[in-house]
Design a protein around this ligand. Sequence first.
Ligand SMILES: C[S@@+](CC[C@H](N)C(=O)[O-])C[C@H]1O[C@@H](n2cnc3c(N)ncnc32)[C@H](O)[C@@H]1O
Length: 197
Amino acid sequence: MLADYYDRHAVTFIATTRDVDMSDARGRFLAVVPSRSDGPARILDAGSGSGRDALAFRVLGHVVRAFDASPAMVAATQSHAAVPTRLMQFEDFAWEHSFEGIWACASLLHVAYADLPGVVDRLAAHLVPNGALYLSFKRGTGERVKDGRRFTDMMAESLAALLNRSGVFGEPDIWESRDCRPDRASEVWVNAVVVKR
Ligand SMILES: C[S@@+](CC[C@H](N)C(=O)[O-])C[C@H]1O[C@@H](n2cnc3c(N)ncnc32)[C@H](O)[C@@H]1O
C-alpha cells in the first residue's frame, strides 16, 4: 500500500518537505477562498503530509481540518500544525460538512488516473458554492511507479480536462512551477486553482 512508503520514510520526507516555500500557491488559493458570514473560512488539507500548509492556514486564522492515508503523516500534521487530522484515503473521502477551501498539494498525484474523476467529484461535493480547490501534479503523461510510489502525472491540458469534466467548476487557473527542493530543481509541477460555481 502506498501509505507504507510515507510511514517508512516519514523522517526523511518530513525533513525535506516541511520547509518548502509554498507561499505563492497558498496565496493564489487563499485569494479565491470565500469568507464566511458566521466565522473563519474552513479549509481542508487533503493529503496533508508534514502539516506545513495546515499550520500556515491555521496561523492565518482559518479553521483547518486535515486527512492523510499514512498514520505517520496524520501524526506529523497533528503535532506540527495542531489541527484535527483524520486517517482517511481520497478514495473513501467523506466529511460531515462542506469547506470554503480544499487544498490538495502534491497528494492527488498518488490516486490512479481512473479514480481521479470520482475523487474530484467527491471533493467538489464538499465545497460550498464559490468554494476553492487547489491541486497539483508532476508534469508528465500517464501513470508510473517510482521507488514504490505510484504517480499519475498531468499536463495542463489533461488537468483542465479533469476539472472541466466535473461540470461544477469555473475556468481553472493553471500554472507551472519548479520544485523548490535543491535536488529536484529539474522537476516541474502543474498547479490549478478552481472555484465551484
Ligand atoms: C508528496 S506527499 C505531499 C504531502 C503534502 N501535501 C505536501 O505538500 O508536502 C503526498 C501525501 O499524500 C498522502 N496520500 C497518498 N495517497 C493518498 C490517498 N490515496 N489518500 C489520502 N492521502 C494520500 C501521502 O501519505 C502523503 O502524505
